[in-house]
Every structure is written in structure tokens, then in C-alpha cells.
Ligand binder design. Structure first.
Ligand code: HEM
Length: 430
């Protein structure tokens, strides 16, 4: 694990503004890990909102950093394709991965319908949507509430523990297990597999490429077994039943099925986990807002949306241009890679008032870019909001405060924006 270097914000700001504009590489992972990204995005929003980085760990790419421009790119799926991947590809990691995973074809499988354009995308997205829709979630909510209560009741009082591990991962694991109808006692395998998919050796739980391959093989084996079992039973409302009984998805080959499994595991994991951790972090850094929440628990829902904006659990999504496109006086050429920086759009001062502030009772709390827009807009957004709302309603019933007990360790990623660990203490009541 890379130790975070503490950098004074004013020093970083001066550096961001002194640097030649063309040298700014917004995707530099160390700046995400050290939380020093903000002045770079601020400068780009002001001075170069359609910004080109000619060479980087991720190759050449364009950065789109303002709200309106991100919206324009995200809603134009004809000019900006998802089919070549939706995260900026790290060159060294890709080469290494290709070398290792290339020998294990069963373990490939893309990333499901998020990496598809029309006409392939729509029917596949539609197949899983009923499980994630409000009507089904309403049926699930009492189970989620009961299980969330059990997680909270098991927490130690007056003793430091890791919030990411004990609460954020546990809550997302149990919700995902419920959505998949995955064996409940094995639920922690889901966030474990998600971490194994998303990390490279030396980060998260991944010790080596071999270790990663083994975990992926184990995951696909388990989901192959679920697929056969669900295909031969009466359909339930879970995600695997949806995939095995819908004509658009029931005949997928193994690679595509595996890709869809990866999308559903990863899509629902890091994002929600980091929002849960983000809410504890944000409320601790803004004690006046925490007081406001305690005084009025009806603010839980807008607080959840404000956390999703302020945190922006996925910092960017990426596309490849299918033709030359003029935007903001620049020409993006066919074949160029583009990053839409949601994390910057959410801090665009021309669109959000006092964007750096965390304010839990904003007038329009759901107005943020964190779920994207257009045909790929997050299909799990209601699941995420439900989990967050329930856990906070249950927290407020039990604990007057959860206190940060040190600086948390941030993820090593410019895609997933979150934490590896977060030490907290729940003080004993006086
Ligand atoms: C706060 C939590 C979450 C955030 C911030 C988030 C964010 C996103 C974003 C940014 C996209 C792509 C949007 C675009 O390209 O325009 C996306 C797509 C997606 N998300 Fe989420 N997500 C969250 C929770 C979830 C959950 C809980 C699930 C599933 C249980 C999920 C499943 C998916 C899927 C399947 C897609 C692909 C949709 C498509 O391609 O049509 N997400 N999400």
C-alpha cells in the first residue's frame, strides 16, 4: 500500500496554477490518493475546460471538466462510444494484464452492457432493470433494514474500528447478496471479488496476478453454478433469474455472462461502499451539518444525495469519439479518448452554488452528475439511495455520533474515488 503524503492545500494550489497548462494530467493517481486534485480541476474549469493531455500513464486523452460539456458528451452516445471501455486505461497495467490474463481466456468477458453501444446495450440493461426498480426495492427494504440493524448492533462501543470493513463493505455485501439471491453466509465474497477485479497487485487484497486470476476463476465458477440453478427453476425477482429467463440475455455466451456479472458486482460495490464511508467523513468534517442532521432526521435523504455529489464515488467515465467533434472551440478527433470528470462537474461553480461546501439541505439535492446521464445513467441509483437512507435512519436511532479516529487511507485510483480504510470510534453514551 502507498502511504499518503500529507500536502498543504495552499501549496498544492500554488503549484497547480504555476504549472504550464499543457502539463496538467488530471488522471494522476497519486493526486487522488493524496486528495490534492481540486486546484487542478478548478484551474481547468476556468482556463481550459476541454483539455488535452498528450501523454500520461493512461496515454493521450481529453478531459471534459465543466457541467454543461460533460452533459453534452454523456448524452451523445453516437459521437462518443462506450465500446472500448469506460475507465481511462492504464497502459502499463493493460500490458501486464494482457500478458497474464491473455493465457486464461475463460477469465475475460469485458464489462457487460456498460461497455456496449446501441443496439446491443438497451435490451440487456432492460433485462436486469426490474430487480433494481423502486417496486422491487420496496419489497426488499424491510430485509435490508433488519440486516442493517444487525450490522450496527454488532459494532463495538468506545473502541476504534475500521468503518469501511465493518459497515460499508458489510452493508453493500448484504444488499448485493439479496439482489443476486446469493448464499447469504458467503456474502463477503462479493466485495472481496469486487476488490480483486478492480485492483492490481500490491493494492487492495490483490497479492499477485496469480492471486487475482484464482479469485476471478472462483467468482465465475460460483456464478456459473447459480446460472444453471436459476435457469432450471421458476424465475425469482433476483438479477440472475432475470438474466437466465429474459430472451435478450438467456443465451449469452460464457464471456458475456461473466462480463455482466462483473458489472453487477463492481457497479454496486465500490460506489455504494464509498458513499457510506463518505457520509461519515463529510459529516465529521462539517460538524454543523452533523448537528443539523441529528436535530432533523428527515434530512437523511437529501444528506445522502449531497454525499453522492460531494464524494462523487466514480470520478470519471470515459468514451472514444466515433467521429470528429467540435466542442468548446477544440476538435476532438475520431478515435480520441475522452474522460468526463464527474468529480469536477459536481464542483462546477457556474452550476452548483458553493460547490465545495457540504450542505445537507440544499434546495435541489438530487441535482448532481454522480450517476451520469444518457443511456448509461446508473441503473442502480435507487438501490444506492435506499441502502444509504436505511443505514442512516438506523444509525440515528442508535448512535448520537460516529467520530473519525484518524485520517482514513484513500484508494489508489483516479476512477473509484473512495477509501481503503477509515478508523472511527462510537463514543459510549455519557
Ligand atoms: C452511489 C452509488 C453509485 C454511483 C455513484 C454509481 C455511478 C454510476 C455511473 C457514473 C454510471 C455510468 C453512467 C454513465 O456512463 O452515464 C453507472 C452505471 C451503472 N451502475 Fe451505478 N452507481 C452507483 C450504484 C450502483 C448500484 C448499487 C448498482 C447495482 C446494484 C449499480 C449498477 C450500475 C450498472 C449496471 C450500470 C451500467 C448502466 C448502463 O450501462 O446502462 N450502480 N453507475
Amino acid at each position: 500500500m502507498n502511504a499518503a503524503v500529507k500536502v498543504e492545500p495552499e501549496f498544492e494550489r500554488a503549484r497547480a496554477y504555476a504549472m504550464p497548462l499543457e502539463e496538467i494530467d488530471p488522471a494522476r493517481t497519486d493526486r487522488f490518493h493524496n486528495d490534492t486534485i481540486w486546484p487542478y480541476f478548478e484551474r481547468l474549469r476556468r482556463e481550459d475546460p476541454i483539455h488535452f493531455t498528450p501523454d500520461s500513464d493512461f496515454g493521450a486523452y481529453w478531459s471534459i471538466v465543466r457541467w454543461d460539456d460533460i452533459m453534452a458528451v454523456d448524452t451523445d452516445h453516437e459521437a462518443f462510444s462506450s465500446a472500448q471501455g469506460i475507465g481511462l486505461p492504464n497502459k502499463a497495467v493493460m500490458a501486464e494484464q494482457e500478458k497474464v490474463l491473455g493465457e486464461a481466456p475463460r477469465r475475460r468477458g469485458g464489462a457487460g452492457f456498460i461497455t456496449m453501444d446501441p443496439p446491443d446495450h438497451g435490451p440487456r440493461r432492460k433485462a436486469v432493470s426490474p430487480t433494481l426498480a423502486p417496486a422491487n426495492l420496496a419489497k426488499m427494504s424491510s430485509v435490508v433494514r433488519e440486516r442493517a440493524g444487525e450490522i450496527l448492533d454488532s459494532l463495538p462501543i468506545g473502541v476504534e474500528f475500521d468503518w469501511v470493513d465493518r459497515v460499508s463493505k458489510e452493508l453493500t455485501a448484504m444488499t448485493l447478496a439479496t439482489l443476486f439471491d446469493f448464499p447469504f453466509e458467503e456474502r463477503r465474497k462479493l466485495p472481496y471479488w469486487s476488490d480483486m477485479f478492480m485492483n492490481i497487485p500490491g493494492h487492495g487484497p490483490v497479492k499477485s496476478w496469480q492471486h487475482k486470476i484464482e479469485a476471478i476463476g472462483e467468482c465465475f465458477g460460483a456464478f456459473d453454478a447459480l446460472r444453471s440453478e436459476r435457469a432450471s427453476s421458476e424465475p425469482g425477482i433476483d438479477l440472475i433469474s432475470m438474466l437466465t429467463h429474459n430472451p435478450a440475455t438467456q443465451d449469452m455466451d460464457a464471456d458475456e455472462y461473466h462480463g455482466t456479472v462483473v458489472l453487477l458486482i463492481v457497479g454496486g460495490n465500490d460506489t455504494t461502499r464509498n458513499t457510506i464511508s463518505g457520509s461519515v467523513y463529510a459529516l465529521n468534517k462539517h460538524p454543523d451539518q452533523y448537528d443539523k442532521l441529528r436535530a432533523n432526521p428527515d434530512l437523511v435523504l437529501p444528506m445522502v444525495s449531497e454525499t453522492i455529489r460531494w464524494q462523487t464515488p466514480l470520478a470519471h467515465m470515459s468514451r472514444v469519439a466515433t467521429r470528429d467533434v467540435e466542442i468548446g472551440g477544440k476538435t476532438i478527433r475520431a478515435g480520441d479518448r475522452v474522460a468526463m470528470w464527474y468529480i469536477s462537474g459536481n464542483r462546477d461553480e457556474s452550476h452548483v452554488e458553493s460547490p465545495d461546501a457540504f450542505i445537507i439541505d440544499r434546495e435541489r439535492p438530487r441535482q448532481h452528475m454522480s450517476f451520469g446521464f444518457g443511456i448509461h445513467r446508473c441503473v442502480g441509483n435507487r438501490v444506492a439511495e435506499m441502502q444509504l437512507t436505511i443505514i442512516w435512519e438506523e444509525i440515528l436511532k442508535r448512535f448520537p455520533r460516529i467520530e473519525l479516529a484518524g485520517e482514513p487511507v484513500r484508494s489508489w485510483s483516479s476512477f473509484v474515488h473512495g477509501w481503503e480504510s477509515m478508523p472511527v470510534v462510537i463514543p459510549a453514551r455519557a
